[in-house]
Design a protein. Structure first.
Length: 455
């Protein structure tokens, strides 16, 4: 009975508690804004600038009135390498007061010598019986001149013990270094087949002005959708207009309008219905005098009354004021323009009543003295790997000398070249080629990573 209860709680809450962002509810508006920011800065890797604040963990606690969920909480622990690259994101769930934290999922990230993310592994459904994850997915990323040129998606087949290809995207750039095309392919019948492609066009300010989407059908490309972008005099996005192809004629489909005020902005999503635009959702964001995101309220169209009703709201509390560029964080700039400490969330009961308390959360940060002096992970444990550079072997020293050590070694392309459990403290490098390598060490639920040179 206890196990069934935990499973029901897990299924209910995993859909509500996002481990990736502050926005607990799915928010396509924010995702579109984030995507557009990346499009307008295609040469930016996943990490830029010198970081002086590092996000260590996030804890979220259920605060609603329904007592069946009392005591539920979720937390994320973020780990970093010596260059402050985000390497591990572990998610834990607690299903009631006094109950233990249970590991549920993990993200692992690996980087090349230019700090480009080359592999992103997604591990889900922790199995305490065999101390492993039941589900695994992977993004393998390839760069040319530090620009992302290919993203390969695969999943782990436990039967064959291999990664199985699903799809990939091939990214091209124009002469100015801006993304010009993304070709999506899917792996079918032992070969790659074209599926869709996006073409990007820019205005005189190098802002995305048009995206054309094509679908492969019966061996030829066909128009599917186009997205047009409009900006104001401050180069801020004011409209995203999507049209679809219907019998070789473009027809409106949906749009996003953004209006800016001194106190914040309003973002509205609309559908084209019966030759008119109909607003079906709205996000109101307010900022404080320091341009921090102070609060936001999300409204959704009620199908019965045809009125926009509040669905959820967030309130944010900040501690210090730092430019976004100096924060080592997994949050978007919309969510953390300075140092965010905590938030509260209210949500609707679904019957049109007032918003009620639902979740509260706290973000914990650590000061970074410098990238050189900061330890590999913000953990109470320390570790040492030597010699570096190395030739024949590596020695690992950890505070815990009793529990077994598991180590993985990856080359500069993100390929795993060594994976083994050590019986002692020494790892033989065998005949590894010279070059830069990344390692990931696990022991007793903790993880450590870093980089070594093999001569």
């Amino acid at each position: 009975m206890k196990r069934l209860f935990n499973v029901l709680l897990f299924l209910l809450f995993t859909a509500l508690l996002s481990a990736q962002s502050l926005s607990i509810e799915p928010n396509p508006i924010k995702e579109k804004l984030k995507e557009l920011q990346e499009l307008n800065n295609p040469t930016i890797a996943f990490k830029t600038g010198v970081k002086i604040k590092q996000l260590d963990s996030l804890v979220r606690v259920y605060t609603g009135a329904d007592t069946i969920f009392a005591g539920y909480a979720a937390k994320n622990i973020y780990l970093y390498d010596s260059l402050n690259n985000s390497t591990v994101d572990d998610t834990y769930d607690r299903y009631g007061f006094g109950m233990p934290w249970e590991l549920s999922s993990r993200e692992e990230k690996y980087y090349d010598t230019n700090d480009n993310l080359v592999e992103w592994v997604l591990l889900d459904t922790w199995n305490a019986t065999n101390n492993s994850f039941d589900e695994r997915g992977r993004y393998a990323l390839t760069y040319t001149n530090n620009q992302l040129t290919e993203a390969l998606v695969s999943f782990w087949d436990a039967t064959s013990q291999t990664w199985v290809f699903i799809e990939k995207e091939i990214i091209s750039y124009n002469a100015s270094g801006y993304r010009s095309e993304v070709l999506a392919q899917e792996y079918m019948n032992g070969q790659w087949e074209d599926k869709s492609k996006w073409e990007y066009f820019y205005d005189t300010n190098n802002l995305v002005s048009l995206i054309n989407l094509y679908i492969m059908s019966y061996g030829s490309w066909n128009n599917y959708r186009k997205i047009e972008y409009t900006y104001n005099g401050n180069n801020e996005l004011t409209q995203e207009l999507t049209s679809k192809d219907f019998n070789s004629t473009w027809e409106y489909d949906y749009k996003t309008d953004i209006t800016y005020f001194a106190w914040g902005k309003i973002i509205e999503d609309s559908d084209w219905e019966f030759s008119n635009w109909k607003v079906y959702s709205k996000l109101e964001q307010s900022i404080d005098a320091l341009n921090n995101l102070n609060s936001e309220t999300y409204y959704h169209l009620d199908g019965f009354t045809q009125v926009l009703l509040p669905e959820y709201s967030h309130d944010f509390i900040y501690n210090d004021n730092f430019p976004y560029a100096v924060l080592q964080t997994t949050l978007t700039e919309e969510e953390s323009r300075h140092q965010l400490l905590s938030f509260t969330q209210q949500r609707s009961d679904g019957n049109g009543g007032p918003l009620e308390p639902y979740l509260s959360g706290t973000y914990y940060w650590t000061d970074l003295v410098s990238a050189i002096s900061e330890p590999l992970f913000t953990s109470s444990s320390s570790h040492t790997v030597f010699p570096n550079p190395a030739s024949n072997y590596l020695t690992i020293e950890l505070e815990n000398t009793l529990d077994p050590i598991f180590i993985e070694l990856f080359n500069a392309s993100g390929q795993q070249v060594i994976s083994q459990e050590l019986t002692g403290l020494t790892l033989s490098l065998g005949d590894l080629p010279t070059g830069f390598y990344s390692y990931l060490i696990r022991q007793d639920g903790k993880a450590y990573s870093g980089k070594v040179i093999v001569e």
